[in-house]
Write a protein that binds this ligand. Sequence first.
Ligand code: CP
Length: 289
Amino acid sequence: MKDLLGIRHLDKTEIMTILETAKIMKQRILQKELRQDNLANNTLITLFYENSTRTKISFDTAALYQGMKIMSLDINTSSVQKGETLVDTGVTLDSMGIDFMVIRHSMSGASHLLAKNVKASVINAGDGANEHPTQALLDLFTMWEKKGSFEDLNVTIVGDINHSRVVRSNVFGLKKLGANVTLAGAGTLVSKGMEALGANVTHDIKEAITDADVVMGLRIQMERQKGGMFPNLREYSQIYGIDQEIFSLAKSDAILMHPAPVNRGVELMPELIDSPVSVIDEQVQRKVL
Ligand code: CP
């Protein structure tokens, strides 16, 4: 496999191989065996056309752990501002002998376009509303650690489903691993068409959370919405915000997840984010260990 562009094209064995490898690497990192120099002669460049904190820094950290040489293209001061196309930027970097390109872009399919045009291995760090495979892999790893198995695990994802690349990658992975997935939220944010991915769709948040093993909140992505999806954030949070009362409908040992950044008080209430059921900080930690 030259590239990692999504979870859609991975099979169950490939996903579990990645998770099992991550388990071994996590132990090494926790034991401070940080450096593995098997990629020491490789170069990696991050191309973030959209903002990021967690994903960008976790790729930098992971590459450091592998002994790689890391670079970052500053999109704001690069020739992208002179109108250079994504393919031309990629081909230019390819000519310089870069081995790995990590790309985040607002356009769905951007990582596929880049991968087709460069010899370097391309890793998708989020493309539009399409996929965010590394986020899903760390989410799957967190669920696997906490719950032990995916078979018949009830996973409920609530929020801005239609605009979420995280949800697509998670649904592809969870369905292949045997979990039951329910997608919930306002009618304007969760299309019935999402059922084609193999998930249940509901607009009743109480029904969605009842008996869930895992509840994942998703950020309202104002930057991708055209407006008019709901009256205002206050009204949205009154109906679809998850608080302790609604969360208590899930199983007694249920965990709360969110890919972050979180809009505190909108999709999740602060007292729940900061409570013991929340594994949000552990998800961030799983990006690098
Ligand atoms: N979850 C996630 O992708 O976070 P960043 O946007 O901070 O990278």
